[in-house]
Write a protein that binds this ligand. Sequence first.
Ligand code: S3P
Length: 460
Amino acid sequence: MKNKETPQPVTAERATASFKGEIQLPGDKSISHRSFILSALAIGTSRIHGLLEGDDVLATGRAMQAMGAQTTRLPDGTWEVTGRGVSGLTSPEDALDFGNSGTGIRLTLGAMTGCPVTAKCVGDESLSRRPMGRVTEPLEQMGAVFEFHGAARGQLPLTLTSPQRALPIDYVLPVASAQVKSCILLAGLGAPGVTAVTEKKSTRDHTERMLTLFGAKISFTPEGKDSGKGLFKGQRIELTGETELSATTIHVPGDPSSAAFPLVAGLLSEGAEIRLNNVMVNPYRSGLWDCLREMGGNIEEVNMRDAAGEKVVDYIVKGSDLVGIDVPPERAPDMIDEFPILAMAAAYARGTTHLHGLAELRVKESDRLAAIAEGLKLCGVTVIEGEDDLVIEGCGGPVPGLQSNVPVTTHLDHRIAMSFLILGLNAKKPITIDDSRMIATSFPNFFELMATLGAEFIPE
Ligand code: S3P
């Protein structure tokens, strides 16, 4: 095993047999972060089953522990978190390190603003480039004071000094972002009166569902037109602060954003039949499934059940002939993390795929729009990168693969890394990525589960 400090390249080669088998997906990253944070703000001891033990989530857990919550991992993998109450977090002794995680830092800044806390927050190179102004600006309106230590205002490292008592605000989200929405709602837990957030396009609603589960006083008013799926375009959320949360038990459902990788591997493998068990179906995260079905993907949903206030299913996926499609911009928030892997399916499909509404991809763990385009070009695929759109000319089967010995650059981005490895499993020439370390941030057993289905990867 190499040192974690040095990049770990990995190569994917075309598989000789169709993928077969069954896997159990790891816990959802979004729900796992929220499980630690909400449990830390609740009275009593919460139990979390199926928590995703990825680097990002564990960093959030350590932050909660450093601010006074008690977090314990039991031998069977259950986590117990004894909380401090809604305004109960205390200043940590040392800087909090959020590693690669935008969700971890943005949600925790909200939770801290509702408590009388002073804390320095740092992250890795990728996180230190990402915009924090989208959360620090509303938090300043709530009384938080930020000192930015880096070259740019609105980026890590920063020190937050929370107000003695946060002020409630009425905020209209300027970007469709579940992280910003969640940040404000978490800060609102410690503010007197009603904190309101309006989103013009609804985004993943795990925070709202989990706040309800923990007993928060929260209400919703739909805004805009029904999108046709029984969902409203947007909503206004009102949260009454200074209401205590009660500890609860959470069963974290499997992560659809992780399931996306074996799912596409199965679709791209002729004769494949795989089963993906325990995958959450959230209406605001279903865009990839809509796209892949429109492209002709053979995806069957079975065994629907409930977990943590969410629906969970198993998928049966078969190798499929895919065709290119147009993806409308209004679908982007419902599949914001899935564009890298959708782009791989598009590169394999017959015909052209046009992806619209991609501006937010530029501020993810990497500039994903550029990273996808750059990587696909290295693999012999024709792409046109626009400011917020991408056109991919499908190869109608296996893509050519790396045309030189220059590997795909992953830019410290887990989803770029996994996407190109999946593409390499059915490319004419192998595909090497420059670094696989970041995969552990969201999908620590990716290699093990893919091996169960018959995929082999070659570490350098
Ligand atoms: C997340 C929200 C999304 C997503 C991220 C997880 C969350 O970010 O990309 O991986 O858990 O709230 P944005 O809210 O910035 O779109």
